[in-house]
Design a protein around this ligand. Structure first.
Ligand code: ASP
Length: 342
């Protein structure tokens, strides 16, 4: 009889220990993958009924290729920074997205590009704002991080730095796409017909910014974001994309984040850093932190958009409070691409 009691107590003890360690490991995914990569291609009013199957397929294929590019870097033991840069370069060269070749137009009919990148290992970061002749702003952001003593370079200074560091320079006309030009004309025509006080803060409800976050085999996280900003922007406006802590953040101890949406709100509420802080100080999961900031705080304040979040255990969240967000992720043996709410 005594032996049964003892055995029962030992088993009970064992079960308690297991369930406690499960709670402690709530944040760790069951099988921590050797690598993971997550991307977005912007959020906004993406209406499933209005988008043709062909268009949706074009975006899905582009996101798929982007993930394959980043995944092959990580599979071959490359760093998360290399994966982020290479993936974003592809998205910048793809005219479908509002970054690099597909960038939107300013009020004055120019393309002014912003980008940033951050290393989760040591919080080194680089960013550029308002560049007009650099083919791949994400590579310039990385050069700022690695080859200068600064974090954020803008305008002509950033372009001079790009030339000195042999980045690819193009004529501003390289960034012209008819689609984006027509969007500008449409917004301007609407503006002319509405009196100033009734104008919407954000008449173009589509955000096509691109972002990538990755975890490499050494457990290092990195994040990067690149954009043309918002159609019809004026006065050398920057959004959240080149602001570290607003549009981009990475810390191996919490997570990597890349945002897309109405930049002014993401700057005011330091969205990327806020998410990282909830994970490091409040021990929230990526999902809980994303919901708190994107689905509660930003919704309350009227800030539209979304983000992608990845922690060093390979946990992923992709919250957005708009109708849709181009997004996808890949881990060994897994790949998923989505546009709308499923
Ligand atoms: N966040 C970007 C900006 O405000 C826009 C976007 O995400 O498309 O510049």
């Amino acid at each position: 009889m005594m032996n049964f009691k003892l055995l029962f107590l030992i088993i009970l003890n064992f079960l308690v220990i297991i369930s406690c360690s499960e709670v402690a490991n709530k944040k760790k995914s069951a099988t921590k993958p050797p690598y993971a990569i997550v991307i977005h291609g912007g959020a906004g009013t993406l209406n499933q009924k209005e988008m043709s199957k062909e268009k949706a397929m074009q975006y899905t294929n582009a996101l798929d290729t982007a993930l394959t590019i980043g995944e092959s870097v990580l599979k071959n033991g490359g760093s998360s920074l290399d994966a982020v840069e290479k993936t974003i370069r592809y998205l910048e060269d793809c005219p479908l997205f509002n970054a690099g070749k597909g960038a939107v137009f300013t009020h004055d009919g120019k393309n002014e590009l912003d980008a940033s990148i951050m290393d989760g290992k040591n919080q080194m970061a680089g960013a550029v704002g308002g560049v007009t002749i650099v083919k791949n702003p994400i590579s310039l952001a990385r050069a700022v991080m690695e080859k200068s003593k600064h974090v954020l370079l803008t305008g002509i200074g950033a372009e001079t730095f790009a030339k000195e560091n042999n980045l690819e320079i193009v004529d501003p006309s390289y960034f012209f796409t008819e689609n984006r030009w027509n969007s500008l004309q449409k917004i301007k025509a609407e503006e002319d017909s509405i009196e100033q006080s009734k104008r919407s803060e954000n008449p173009d409800k589509k955000f096509g910014t691109v972002g990538c976050i990755a975890l490499d085999n050494n457990g290092n996280l990195a994040a990067g974001t690149s954009t043309g900003g918002m159609t019809n922007k004026r006065w050398n406006r920057f959004g959240d994309t080149p602001i570290i802590g607003a549009g981009t953040y990475a810390d191996n101890n919490s997570c990597a984040v890349s945002c897309t949406g109405h930049g002014e709100y993401f700057i005011r509420y330091a969205v990327a850093h806020d998410i990282s802080s909830l994970i490091s100080y409040k021990k929230m999961t990526v999902e809980e932190a994303g919901n708190e900031v994107i689905m509660k705080k930003l919704v309350e304040k009227g800030g539209e958009g979304g983000c992608i979040i990845l922690d060093s255990f390979g946990n992923i969240a992709m919250p957005f409070n708009s109708e849709g967000m181009y997004r996808g992720y890949a881990k060994p043996g897994q790949k998923k691409i989505q546009i709308f709410k499923d």
